[in-house]
Design a protein around this ligand. Structure first.
Ligand code: CP
Ligand code: NVA
Length: 309
């Protein structure tokens, strides 16, 4: 076994600001290579195991295409057709899978499951979404903002809707990269402040009124009212979130240059109007594509560390 300390990417705060600056630059470089059809295989012969306990379109495709483009190979595993679905202990699965591959991505329910897997893995583990966090998505969103506008440091991001995995990841990112996060959630669905450190909360402002949260924002973003794993709450959420639909009036409160993002999949007419998500401030398609580029940079960094351009 490699004696070098293994780095995992389980939540946004696992990397420093300086490491993000490197990874974002690297994503830009890899995207440019991809766009000019240049072959680049730094992860030649590497195998990525992708374990899914929840559905996915973007995460699966971007990781699978990404490792292939870097010269490696992906293996898709779901709970439906592996022994994980029949109760094999997560620690045993981690031991076995990490002896056969070079890097692992997992989408699962509890962050504790991901943590236990990582604790028993011999290779880097990446969070492909848990109930608590979705760091790869926020990384892609920050890269998209960087490409379209500027570094996110010093800016204001408005999060409208559920205090879900994306919202908590945005909160961690706000502290690490130094931007303000305005969060507006319906009563009963607020952020659990105890889950965030005092240093993180310094960067977060909560608003009852979503219009007020959007005031002066450089980026307005939202997500589904009901995340995967919470489907039994859907009816109650439909009622509670009715006024947390990002619309033109909210976008008008934001900076005139503000962007709109949504991690997708989206429900037009629920968390966002069609006018906004399909409108001129929306960058959702680039945002989705950028999952590919940032995750290539992430896998390269986790496996090879910093390399020269
Ligand atoms: N945004 C995102 O993670 O999409 P998928 O659920 O399709 O992977
Ligand atoms: N918050 C959503 C994100 C989906 C990509 C969920 O967890 O279902």
């Amino acid at each position: 076994m490699n004696s070098k300390k293994i780095r995992h990417y389980l939540q946004f705060k696992d990397f420093s600001r300086d490491e993000y600056i490197y990874v974002l630059e690297r994503a830009r470089y890899l995207k440019q290579k991809f766009k000019s059809y240049e072959t680049y295989h730094p992860l030649h012969d590497c195998t990525l195991a992708m374990i899914f306990e929840k559905n996915s379109t973007r995460t699966r495709l971007s990781f699978e295409a990404g490792i292939h483009q870097l010269g490696g190979h992906a293996v898709f595993m779901s709970t439906k057709d592996t022994q994980l679905g029949r109760g094999e202990p997560i620690e045993d699965a981690a031991q076995v899978i990490s002896r056969m591959v070079d890097i692992i991505m997992i989408r699962t329910f509890g962050q504790d499951v991901l943590q236990r897997f990582a604790d028993h893995s011999r290779v880097p583990v990446i969070n492909g979404l848990t109930n608590e966090y979705h760091p790869c998505q926020v990384l892609a969103d920050i890269f998209t903002y960087y490409e379209r506008r500027a570094p996110i440091s010093g800016k204001t991001v408005a999060w409208i809707g559920d205090a879900n995995n994306m919202a908590y990841t945005w909160a961690e990112a706000a502290q690490i990269l130094g931007f303000k996060l305005h969060i507006s959630t319906p009563p009963g669905y607020q952020l659990e402040r105890a889950r965030l450190s005092a240093e993180t909360l310094d960067w977060v402002e909560e608003y009852d009124d979503p219009l007020a949260a959007c005031a002066g924002a450089d980026l307005v973003t939202t997500d589904v009212w009901t995340s995967m794993g919470f489907e039994e709450e859907n009816e109650a959420r439909q009622r509670a979130f009715a006024n947390w639909c990002v619309n033109a009036e909210m976008m008008a409160q934001a900076h005139p240059d503000a962007l709109f993002m949504h991690c997708l999949p989206a429900h037009r007419g629920e968390e966002v109007t069609a006018e906004v998500i399909d409108g001129p401030q929306s960058v959702i398609w680039e945002e989705a594509e950028n999952r590919l580029h940032v995750q290539k940079a992430l896998m390269e960094f986790l496996l090879l560390g910093r390399i020269g351009h």
